[in-house]
Write a protein that binds this ligand. Sequence first.
Ligand code: ADP
Length: 362
Amino acid sequence: MPRPPRRKAAASDPEADPLPPPVSPTAPVSSGEEEDAFEATLRPQSFKDFVGQSRVVENLRVYVKAALKRGEAIDHVLLSGPPGLGKTTLARIVANELGVEYHGTSAPALKKPGDLVGLLTSLPPRTVLFIDEIHRLSPVLEEYLYSAMEDFFIDLTVDQGASARPIRFQLQPFTLVGATTRDGLLSRPFQDRFGIPQKLSFYNVEELARIVARSAKILGIETGGEAADEIAARARKTPRIANRLLRRLRDWAEVEGDGTLTLAIARKGLEREGVDESGLDAMDRRILQALAQHGGQPLGVKTIAAMVGEEPDTVEEVYEPFLIQEGFILKTSRGRMLGGRGYEHIGLKAPKLPQAEEEGLF
Ligand code: ADP
């Protein structure tokens, strides 16, 4: 649904809405209901509208079609990849395409076996149950899920001591779609129970430009193709970030111009948001600086996180994947090091380190 148009205001208008303070577009969690509503507005509802990830989409299309033919629930799906690449969106699309209910939750919200049993017994047949951050599920709950996933029942022990007894809860067939930013943290037996594991990869600039153009259309933002390309080039190859940047730049277009998002306004807004030409934000640059500080010696994630004032998990799950893929950071057996592109980015020359040469890093 398009957002209602805002009152147009010139920058000098004393009553103009002030621009919101810059927010890191890489912020790992949604920053509230407004953000959730914004994302929901832009979510593609069908495979047809989902841009990119062609191999994953093709595979899911086939499994959905086969399940529809047989009138069964599709096998459990594990979607892995960095945040903002479309895991939740795909889970919803699978439910839409199957014409079944969708229920979304996240592993940290499931604390006790009772939470899981309560949830699973309430699902209508063939529901797509989406569990985000599934690598954070406790081992106890993971074990309860095994029989639920394989044979659609859970044995829960009630009471304690001498009166303890198992009660069997029979479940309706369902499809678990697990999402994880860290598939390496999932135990092997758990991974093996997902018949359809799919890895999402970063998007290319052309795909992101299509996503930005689509989002601009939905939001009713006038934008020249050049502005969409500029956002696409600086969005860390991630649709969520592209959409967030578009949203921020809409504010700039309204306050600084006549509402049309031109290339000049996009560039100015991006600069003021602290997003540089490579798409890195202030935290990315702090991470690169931290790595440069120790003469290029390898550092562990915890050390980096302490130096930049961020949680280690956030550094590892949100910031690093892009920085590593693009060669800003190198992941070595001894820790993280600045890559050639990282040195270049902060205007330093890569030092000649014996171990770097040994490992063929530069
Ligand atoms: P994840 O669950 O992987 O963190 P989401 O599915 O929540 O990511 O996607 C984040 C946002 O990016 C959503 O608002 C969605 O609209 C948008 N998005 C993600 N992938 C695509 C895509 N392939 N095409 C269009 N929009 C997308």
